[in-house]
Structure formats: structure tokens, C-alpha cells
Ligand binder design. Structure first.
Ligand code: FES
Length: 202
């Protein structure tokens, strides 16, 4: 991953207009963060143990700011996504300017600035994957579930992302699930079987 996973789109845009013509997130930058903020702030806090973990990240680097990526990752794992409050916690725990934390979080798509689906599919449509049928797969999810780039189904079970290179070009097309799991040599049948296995068949 070139972001911790090599997967990034433009700075300030979590989901810029899709290459396939679907524009799904109107606002960008910090206004978008606020617009998307829907978490109860009282539930967003770091325990002493969390603070120790962030301190441990900081201790790994010559410059404390370098800990921002593992710290954001830790916060996302804890809270599910990165609200403004979660990013502020990270900034204060390191400590470093909040704006710098927003800048890092907004640059990398693996950091979710809004709640995503229980199953989040990042389907790569870069050159190797595109040439091996990635758009057939992406379009299948898009049309079958009525979601586009950065969208979540109304039941919150599935979200879709048109991803940049996932570093799996030799086994294209590739899909990343929930930022961790890779599905390679993907075919439409394999994708349908995957969705069925997750109880998401339609
Ligand atoms: S182009 Fe899809 S993984 Fe590299």
C-alpha cells in the first residue's frame, strides 16, 4: 500500500468524482468533515491505555509527528471511522497541530471520514485491473446495490470505493475488503460468491 496501503486519491477529497462518472461526495476538505460529522462526541475519548498506545507510536520515531498514521489507524480501529473529535484526540495525544492531522487523514482513502458499510469493498480500477475487467466488477456492485464511489447502502451493510492501485497488479483484478483482506484474480462469479458468503446476495 502506498498510503499504508498505497491507495490514495486527491488531497482534500475522500471520494473525488469517480473515473466512471459517479460523484458522490459533494463537499470537500474540512467543511466536508464537519458536514459528515454525526457521532456523539461524548463517546469519542481516549482511555489511559489508548494514550499509552499513542505514546508508544510516538516513541518509535525521531519526530513525534511521524506517529500520526499509526495513531489515526488506531483511532479508526477504535471508533470505526475518523470524526473530527477522533482526529482531534489524535492531534492532542501526539501532540501536533490539528490541521496537520486533518491533512493526513484527508489525503489517504484508507482513513474513513464518515461511517462506511459493515463490508467495505475497494475495487481497484487502475490499469492492470481495468484491463482485466475491473469495471465489470465495479459496475456490478454499483448497479446491483445502487451505490457509487464512497456510498453506503441504506442498511449500512455495504459500501463501495473505486480504488487506486492496491499493489496486487500481478493478480489483477484485485479488491480490498475492510482495509485488510485482499481478494485477487477477481471474477464476476468470484465477486458474487464473496457477496453471497457475506450474506449480501441480491
Ligand atoms: S492496478 Fe489494480 S492492483 Fe495494481
Amino acid at each position: 500500500m502506498s498510503s499504508a496501503n498505497g491507495n490514495h486519491k486527491g488531497k482534500q477529497q475522500r471520494f473525488p468524482e469517480g473515473k466512471h462518472g459517479d460523484s458522490l461526495e459533494p463537499a470537500t476538505g474540512i467543511q466536508a468533515f464537519h458536514a459528515l460529522h454525526a457521532e456523539d462526541p461524548s463517546k469519542i475519548f481516549f482511555t489511559e491505555e489508548d494514550k499509552k498506545k499513542i505514546a508508544e507510536f510516538v516513541s518509535r520515531y525521531p519526530a513525534k509527528e511521524s506517529a500520526v498514521m499509526p495513531a489515526l489507524w488506531y483511532a479508526q480501529e477504535k471508533f470505526g471511522w475518523l470524526s473530527i473529535e477522533a482526529m482531534n484526540l489524535v492531534a492532542d495525544a501526539i501532540p501536533m497541530p490539528r490541521a496537520d492531522v486533518y491533512g493526513v487523514a484527508s489525503f489517504y482513502t484508507m482513513y474513513w471520514k464518515k461511517p462506511m458499510g459493515k463490508t467495505h469493498l475497494a475495487i481497484c480500477t487502475n490499469i492492470s485491473c481495468m484491463l482485466n475487467g475491473a469495471y465489470q466488477l465495479y459496475d456490478y456492485v454499483k448497479k446491483t446495490y445502487g451505490i457509487g464511489n464512497g456510498d453506503v447502502t441504506p442498511d449500512g451493510l455495504l459500501s463501495l470505493e473505486e480504488a487506486e492501485c492496491l499493489g496486487s497488479c500481478g493478480t489483477a483484478p484485485a479488491m480490498q475488503v475492510n482495509n485488510y483482506e485482499y481478494v485477487e484474480n477477481l471474477t464476476l462469479d468470484k465477486l458474487k460468491a464473496f457477496l453471497k458468503e457475506r450474506g449480501l446476495e441480491r
